[in-house]
Design a protein around this ligand. Structure first.
Ligand code: ADP
Ligand code: MG
Length: 697
C-alpha cells in the first residue's frame, strides 16, 4: 500500500524542507521571492545551495543539473557531480551559490533561429527560484531559464515568466481601481489535462513509423475502431491500472498532485489530470508528467504515445489548458459569484478576456500550431481551427442583455430530482458542457482545448497572459483617475462586449455550417500550422509582445523561424520514414506473398481445373502487382519532392513546399499501401496491424 501523504513531495526541496533546513531570514527572503515575485537576494544563494546539496546527498543524489526548456518540445539537462577534490586524493560533496544561480553551457546545438552565431556558442542557464528543485534518478534538478550570451531568451520559461509579470502588473491596476489594496500579486493558474495512448512494447517494435515519427504513417483500419464508444470512462484493464498506479506514485513523489485518471474515447487512449498550480509550476509539472509517463510505461513493457494523432481514424490527443486568474490573497477573479449580472468587476475581467481572445485569435491558434496538431484541429473530434468562446447559457444571456440594454432576469438555480427517493437531490450547473468549443468558460476558469498533447504548454499561456495583460492595460488607462469608476466600467464592458460579440459561439464547432458562419463573422480560419506561423511577426503582434517586454522583435522572428524549420523537419522525417518502409519492408513483403500466389496459381493451372479455381490468385496477383507499382512510383516521387522542398530559399518557403507538395504525396502513398495491406496475408505484412496496436491490452 502506498502511503500517499508520506510520499507526496518526498523528492522535492519544497516549502516544508526549506523551513526545516534554512535559517529563518534566508527562508523568509526566499519564500517572498517565490510567493510574490520579489527579486532574489543573491547573498542567500550560498546558504540555499548548501542546504539543497545536503538534503540531496542525504536522499542519495550524487549529481545536480540545471534543467531547462530549449525551443524543442523536450527539456534539456547536463549533469555535474557534486564532487570536489580535497588533499589526500579524496573528494567532498560541494555545491556553491554560484553554481546554483548560474550555469554556462554550449548553446550551439539548441535551436536559436539565428539568435546566435555558431561561433558565439555560449549560453547561460539561471535559477528559477519560483519552481522547486527536485530529485530524479539520483540527480538534483534545478529549474532554470536559458538565454544566449547576449541575453536573448532561448527557451520557453523566460517569456512565460515575463508574461506572468505583465499580467499581474496590469490586473493589479484594475483591482486597485476597484478598491482592492490588499492583493500584491495576481497569479494565473493552469491545470493541464493530459491525454495519451499506450501501446505494448512488442507491438510498438513492429512499427518503425511510431519510432521515428511518433505516429503511424500507414495502417488499414481495424474492423473495430471506436464506434461503440465503449472505451470512454470504461473499466481500466489490470495492466494499464498497474501502470497508472506506479505513474501516480512517481508523480506524487515529485510533488505533482495527480488527481484524475480515466480511459478516453479511443481504444488504448487515456487521460491524467493534476490539480492546478501556478502557470510556471504547471508548465514544469506537465513536462515532468510527460517524461514520467514515458519512463514508467517503459518499465511496464509499454510505450506512452504523446503524439497528437498516433492513429488515423481514431481520436487524437490534446491537452486541455484550464486557465484562471487569482490574487495572492486567494480570490479567483473569474468566479462569477452569486449574481454575475451585477458583478461589474467580474464582468470587466470577462469582457477583457473576450476582447483579448478576439483580438489575438491568430496568436492563440499559432500557439498550438505544430505539424502533429494539424491532424487533430479541424478533424472530427477536436476543436476546429477557428477560435471561438463558449460562455454557457447564463453568461451568454447576461452578455446579450448588456449589449442590448435589456434587463436580465436571473433564473432560479435548478435542482435535479431523479424521482428515485434514495438518490439525493442536487443542484445542477447553470451551463452544460460544449466539447466542441476551443475556448470554453467552465465555471470559474477558461479551458483552452486546442493545445496539442505533446507540446510544451508555455506558449499558449504566454499568448493568453500577454493578450489579456494588453486589454487590462487599455482598461486601466481609462479607469485610473476616473471619478465614477462603476459608470466608466459599465461603458467599457458594453462597448467591448458589443464589438467582440462575434467570438462567442455556443453551437456545434464540428458542424459543416460553422466555418461558413465563422467566415461571415470575420473570424480567422487558419487551417494549417504554416498559415498560422505567419502571424507571429505581424506588426500588431510584435507591438503586443515588445510593449510588455515579453519577447523582442528579434526573439519573435527567431521563434518563427524555428517553427517553420521544425514543421519542415517533421514532415521530412515522416516522408523519409515512409519511403524507407515502403522500399525496404512493404514492397519486399508484397513480392514474397506474390510469389507464393504465383506458385499456387501455376500449380493449379497445371492441374487444368475450372478457371474459377484460380480466380482468387489471379485477382490478387493483378491488384497487388499494380499496387506495388504505385507504391514504388509514389515513394520515388515523394523522395524527389522531399529533396526539392529541402532546397527552398527561406524557412517559410520550405515549410510551404512541405505542406503543398510533400504532405499530399504522403497521403497518396498511405492510401495505396493501406489498400495493399487489406489484401495481403497477415503473416507476410511487416508492420503490426491497427488491430494489434489498439486491441492488445
Ligand atoms: P473538467 O474539465 O472535467 O470539468 P475539472 O473541472 O475537475 O474537470 O478540472 C480539470 C482541470 O482543471 C484539473 O486539472 C483542475 O485542477 C483544473 N482546474 C480546476 N479549477 C481550476 C482553476 N480555478 N484554475 C485553473 N485550473 C483549474
Ligand atoms: Mg476538461
Amino acid at each position: 500500500m502506498v502511503n500517499v501523504s508520506e510520499i507526496f513531495g518526498s523528492m522535492v526541496f519544497n516549502d516544508a524542507i526549506m523551513r526545516q533546513r534554512l535559517p529563518r531570514e534566508v527562508y523568509k527572503s526566499l519564500t517572498n521571492t517565490i510567493a510574490i515575485g520579489k527579486p532574489i537576494d543573491v547573498s542567500i544563494a550560498n546558504v540555499v545551495a548548501n542546504a539543497m546539496k545536503d538534503w540531496a546527498v542525504e536522499m542519495g543524489a550524487t549529481h545536480y543539473t540545471h534543467w531547462f526548456q530549449p525551443l524543442t518540445s523536450v527539456t534539456a539537462e547536463k549533469h555535474d557531480s557534486f564532487i570536489s577534490p580535497i588533499p589526500g586524493d579524496k573528494v567532498v560533496m560541494d555545491f556553491s551559490g554560484k553554481e546554483l544561480i548560474k550555469g554556462e553551457s554550449d548553446a550551439s546545438s539548441f535551436p536559436s533561429g539565428g539568435l546566435r552565431e555558431t561561433c558565439n556558442a555560449r549560453g547561460y542557464t539561471a535559477w528559477d527560484p519560483s519552481s522547486y528543485a527536485f530529485i530524479k534518478d539520483g540527480t538534483l534538478y534545478i529549474p532554470t531559464v536559458f538565454c544566449s550570451y547576449t541575453g536573448e531568451a532561448l527557451d520557453t520559461k523566460t517569456p512565460l515568466l515575463r508574461s506572468m509579470e505583465a499580467l499581474s502588473e496590469q490586473a493589479l491596476r484594475l483591482l486597485r481601481v476597484f478598491g482592492d489594496n490588499a492583493s500584491e500579486r495576481v497569479i494565473t493558474s493552469v491545470g493541464a489535462e493530459q491525454e495519451y495512448f499506450l501501446v505494448d512494447k512488442e507491438v510498438y517494435n513492429r512499427r518503425p513509423d511510431l519510432k521515428y515519427a511518433g505516429r503511424t504513417l500507414f495502417g488499414a483500419p481495424a474492423p473495430k475502431c471506436q464506434e461503440l464508444e465503449d472505451h470512454y470512462y470504461g473499466p481500466i484493464k489490470t495492466r494499464v491500472a498497474e501502470f497508472m498506479a506506479e505513474l501516480d506514485s512517481e508523480l506524487w513523489k515529485l510533488g505533482i498532485a495527480s488527481k484524475t485518471k480515466h480511459n478516453e474515447v479511443a481504444p488504448t487512449q487515456h487521460e491524467l489530470a493534476p490539480i492546478y498550480a501556478n502557470t510556471n509550476v504547471a508548465v514544469d509539472q506537465n513536462l515532468l508528467i510527460m517524461d514520467t509517463m514515458r519512463r514508467v510505461a517503459e518499465k511496464h513493457s509499454m510505450v506512452a504515445l504523446l503524439h497528437e494523432k498516433p492513429y488515423a481514424g481514431l481520436n487524437g490527443s490534446g491537452k486541455h489548458n484550464n486557465w484562471s486568474l487569482g490574487t495572492d490573497t486567494g480570490k479567483n477573479l473569474l468566479s462569477p459569484g452569486k449574481s454575475p449580472a451585477t458583478n461589474s468587476q467580474f464582468l470587466l475581467f470577462l469582457s477583457a478576456i473576450i476582447t483579448a481572445v478576439d483580438d489575438y485569435q491568430d496568436l492563440l491558434r499559432m500557439s498550438c500550431a505544430t505539424a502533429a496538431n494539424d491532424h487533430r484541429l479541424g478533424a472530427d473530434e477536436a476543436p476546429p481551427a477557428i477560435i471561438s468562446i463558449f460562455l454557457g447559457q447564463e453568461l451568454e444571456e447576461i452578455v446579450d442583455s448588456i449589449i442590448g440594454d435589456s434587463p436580465y432576469t436571473a433564473k432560479a438555480k435548478n435542482t435535479m430530482n431523479l424521482g428515485v427517493p434514495l438518490v439525493p437531490t442536487f443542484r445542477y450547473d447553470s451551463t452544460d458542457r460544449n466539447r466542441t468549443s476551443p475556448f470554453a468558460f467552465t465555471g470559474n476558469k477558461f479551458e483552452f482545448r486546442m493545445v496539442g498533447s505533446s507540446q510544451n504548454i508555455a506558449l499558449p499561456n504566454i499568448v493568453l497572459n500577454t493578450a489579456v495583460a494588453k486589454v487590462f492595460r487599455d482598461y486601466a488607462d481609462r479607469l485610473e483617475g476616473c471619478s465614477d469608476v462603476e459608470l466608466e466600467a459599465k461603458k467599457i464592458i458594453k462597448e467591448n462586449l458589443g464589438s467582440h460579440r462575434r467570438i462567442i459561439f455556443s453551437g456545434n464547432g464540428y458542424s459543416k455550417d460553422w466555418p461558413i458562419e465563422a467566415e461571415k463573422r470575420g473570424l480567422l480560419n487558419l487551417k494549417t500550422s504554416v498559415d498560422a506561423y505567419a502571424c507571429l511577426t505581424e506588426e500588431k503582434n510584435i507591438d503586443l509582445f515588445t510593449s510588455f517586454s515579453v519577447m523582442s522583435a528579434h526573439e519573435l522572428f527567431a521563434r518563427q523561424m524555428i517553427m517553420y524549420e521544425t514543421y519542415s523537419n517533421t514532415l521530412s522525417i515522416e516522408a523519409k520514414t515512409m519511403v524507407d518502409i515502403s522500399l525496404s519492408q512493404i514492397l519486399p513483403a508484397i513480392e514474397k506473398y506474390l510469389s507464393v500466389l504465383c506458385k499456387n496459381a501455376k500449380m493449379k493451372s497445371d492441374m487444368m481445373l475450372d478457371k474459377n479455381a484460380i480466380k482468387f490468385e489471379r485477382d490478387v496477383i493483378e491488384k497487388l502487382s499494380l499496387l506495388s507499382y504505385s507504391i514504388f512510383d509514389t515513394a520515388n516521387e515523394l523522395e524527389a519532392a522531399n529533396t526539392r522542398a529541402n532546397q527552398a530559399d527561406s524557412a517559410a518557403d520550405e515549410a510551404n513546399s512541405y505542406k503543398e507538395t510533400v504532405a499530399p504525396l504522403m497521403s497518396v502513398l498511405r492510401d495505396v499501401v493501406d489498400e495493399a495491406e487489406k489484401i495481403t496475408a497477415r503473416e507476410f505484412w511487416p508492420l503490426a496491424s491497427y488491430g494489434d496496436l489498439t486491441y492488445w491490452a
